[in-house]
Design a protein around this ligand. Structure first.
Ligand SMILES: [Fe+2]
Ligand SMILES: [Fe+2]
Length: 281
């Protein structure tokens, strides 16, 4: 099998502004130019959950959607307005999408409370965690196993004054998924990547670094705000290198760059039931 590529796109927020939507379209052109094999989109595709915003996304990313090379999960913004994200996983909470060299477990971490713009936090029920565990058990060998979901599984720093106030009052809006660490434990040793969005500042961390199959957790950030997306290279179930950033330019050009951040931050290993890992800094 030749080396394959997987791009991680998130928080496009179609409908936010004309400039934003043009940036999303430029990103898709960049992905096509780079001949990316598959695209994972981890939610907040739309800004207000409107059908016309979802249609704009489907139009912009048609080259990947029409060739079955795009896998998406909904984000909290997709539950607002017309609830445009409801069809992304056809009503299922957990689903599996298989592409060449990839076993992608889609997880819907949104909930009805996300219809309110200020109730942005996600939910994972114990049943969903069990379903994810069951799904990864069926993943073939020599395949990259990735869990795709919108909300963050480990604590991340607040990104705005509103999130800081929320955390100060003990409100859940900026908090990680309450069952995030339980989810990680359920896929331990059977999964290579957790890809999420929701927080608009990109992050990367690694847990169980010394085990045979470490788990890398990536927050894409908002791809349109950043104007770039991570691209993973893999072959026969192995990630070939650290991901590179693909940058898209308005003039239609695209370029790849190394991730400028420090090496993957090692995170504390979550224990079963330890749902409140301390802040990552
Ligand atoms: Fe977002
Ligand atoms: Fe979000």
């Amino acid at each position: 099998m030749r080396p394959q590529t997987l791009a991680h796109v998130s928080d496009l927020h179609f409908g936010l502004s004309e400039e934003n939507d043009l940036a999303a379209e430029a990103l898709c052109r960049g992905l096509l130019l780079a001949r990316v094999d598959h695209v994972a989109v981890t939610g907040d595709i739309t800004h207000r959950g409107r059908r016309d915003e979802m249609t704009a996304f489907q139009r912009a990313f048609a080259p990947f959607i029409e060739t079955h090379r795009l896998t998406a999960v909904p984000g909290n913004h997709d539950r607002m307005g017309d609830n445009a994200g409801v069809h992304l996983m056809e009503g299922r909470s957990v689903d599996v999408s298989v592409a060449e060299g990839l076993f992608l477990v889609q997880v819907d971490s949104t909930a009805p409370h996300n219809r309110s713009a200020i109730a942005a936090h996600g939910v994972l029920t114990p049943w969903v965690v069990e379903e994810v565990e069951r799904a990864v058990r069926h993943a073939p060998e020599d395949t990259i196993v990735a869990v795709l979901l919108h909300h963050h599984v480990l604590p991340l720093p607040e990104e705005s004054w509103a999130e800081r106030v929320s955390s100060l009052f003990g409100w859940p809006y900026a908090a990680e998924l309450e069952s995030g660490s339980a989810l990680l434990q359920s896929i331990r040793g059977r999964c290579d990547l957790v890809l999420h969005g929701h927080r608009h500042v990109p992050r990367a961390s690694r847990i169980w670094a010394r085990e045979d199959r470490p788990l890398d957790i990536y927050n894409a950030g908002s791809s349109t705000e950043l104007g770039r997306v991570r691209v993973f290279s893999h072959q026969s179930g192995t990630l070939l290198r650290r991901p590179q950033w693909l940058m898209a330019f308005e003039n239609g050009a695209a370029a790849m760059a190394e991730e400028e951040a420090a090496p993957l931050r090692r995170r504390p290993v979550p224990r079963t039931g330890d749902v409140r890992l301390r802040a990552a800094g």
